[in-house]
Design a protein around this ligand. Structure first.
Ligand code: SAM
Length: 422
């Protein structure tokens, strides 16, 4: 598909004329720099969270856009189907959307024509959606030399590793949950696969000893620090190839993101753990009951936020802990009383509870609509993070390819890095 977009900057103009590319070679740094300029320039749009602020700083700059978003309903906010750039919002929203789309254009990694057949018993052991993700991940693994020894990093039961392991190959799975290690080991024995399932905390000092130069590490949906550690250890050991599909970028021990590549280290962008949660914030396709519960929880919290500002005589958001579902089975007044007591703020006394609850629902509609602006930056920020990892591997002497390995609906974390020593 060739994109026909009006583009503001020369870099963007170049990207807009290209068909969906796999990123590799010098394109990795070019795309990183274009994305870096975009996310840095628009920080004021994606950093502030409508859930915690009554007014967003950018609203003063674009009052027409802010008023338009605030006038919409909850249903309208959700009708974008995860494609915020499609909504008919006033300028400059469409321009931001076009830029975000052009900068995140990314092709599908080439797939093997005929994946080798797998025994029915191997297929039956893997839950449905995970099976499709594994098939898609495996189909993209094309290296110039065939791997001898797969290493499944943060393997769970080791479904991915087992799927990849062919006759004549061996498998090591690293996982720190003993129950998963045991279940994985039993499955490998049952399927006759030569595998070692090691109970190993990959963040521990001794994890390096479990990784050998002859291993070909794979990691499907290992969280923040876990996959970053793999990139560092595997490149230090000199592994010939590796394949990683990251997730949960915000699961890091540090309070702020520690970039890996020289280009990201040179950027002025500082990312907090909260910021790192932005790429993960899409509303996943939940059932109607779960969605109703989630909406009610958010509307009540937003109403409580209005109340607590009055009770404390302080116009600031007060974080509330995660609450079990029975909190939302109480009457709304009891919910507010109990939450005030939990947070140690003055008791609410008598209030116009129906009005307050209604204000919470109105705020929820506004929050979801204002979030459409932030949502434009989810994918750009995710690709920035992926490119940091890709550039780091390139600096370590790998040839790197970056693209998608499955459709977005199968997993929103559908981007994959393939690295092979030159
Ligand atoms: C999101 S799951 C992915 C599992 C598997 N790769 C898959 O796609 O089904 C992440 C896995 O990492 C494991 N894990 C989390 N922290 C770990 C650590 N420090 N060391 C080893 N494994 C860890 C979890 O127990 C879990 O099985």
């Amino acid at each position: 598909m060739t994109a026909l977009l009006k583009c503001a900057t020369p870099n963007l103009a170049l990207l807009c004329t290209m068909s969906e590319p796999i990123l590799q070679g010098s394109a990795l740094l070019e795309r990183f720099q274009a994305l870096d300029a975009f996310v840095v320039e628009h920080q004021a749009l994606w950093r502030p969270r409508p859930f915690t602020a009554l007014q967003l700083p950018w609203e003063a700059d674009w009052p027409e856009l802010a008023a338009w978003l605030r006038s919409r309903t909850l249903e309208q906010a959700e009708a974008d189907h995860g494609q915020p750039w499609t909504i008919p919002a006033p300028t400059p929203f469409p321009e931001w959307g076009q830029q975000a789309q052009a900068l995140t254009r990314l092709g599908q990694l080439p797939r093997k024509a005929t994946p080798p057949p797998r025994p029915v018993s191997a297929i039956a052991a893997i839950p449905g959606r995970k099976l499709q993700q594994i098939e898609a991940f495996a189909a993209c693994l094309q290296f110039s030399r065939a791997p001898n020894h797969w290493l499944d990093w943060c393997s769970g039961k080791g479904h991915l590793g087992r799927w990849l392991t062919q006759a004549g190959q061996t498998l090591t799975c690293l996982e720190y949950d003993p129950m998963l290690v045991e279940a994985g080991s039993a499955l490998s024995t049952r399927l006759g696969i030569k595998a070692q399932h090691l109970c190993q905390d990959v963040m521990a000092e001794d994890a390096a000893a479990s990784l050998q130069p002859e291993h070909s590490p794979v990691a499907l949906h290992a969280c923040g620090d876990l996959h970053m550690r793999l990139l560092q250890l595997a490149s230090a050991k000199g592994c010939a190839h590796l394949a990683v599909a990251p997730c949960c970028y915000n699961r890091i021990a540090a309070s702020h993101y520690q970039p890996l590549s020289d280009a990201a280290k040179a950027s002025t962008l500082q990312l907090s753990r909260d910021d790192l949660g932005l790429p993960l914030s899409e509303t996943v396709t939940a059932g109607a009951r779960v969605k109703r519960q989630r909406d009610r929880s958010m509307a009540w919290r937003l109403a409580f936020d209005l109340l607590q500002r009055r009770l404390r005589d302080c116009d600031q958001y007060l974080p509330t802990p995660s609450l079990s579902s029975d909190w939302f089975d109480k009457p709304f007044a009891a919910f507010c009383h109990d939450l005030a007591a939990l947070r140690g703020i003055p008791a609410p006394g008598e209030q116009a509870w129906d009005d307050l609850q209604e204000q919470g629902w109105q705020r929820l509609a506004q929050v979801r609509n204002l979030e459409l602006v932030r949502n434009l930056f989810r994918r750009p920020l995710e690709l920035w993070l992926l490119l940091d990892r890709a550039l780091y591997l390139q600096e370590q002497g790998y040839q790197v390819r970056l693209g998608s390995f499955c459709e977005y609906h199968l997993s929103p974390r559908n981007l994959m890095l393939l690295a092979e020593r030159a």
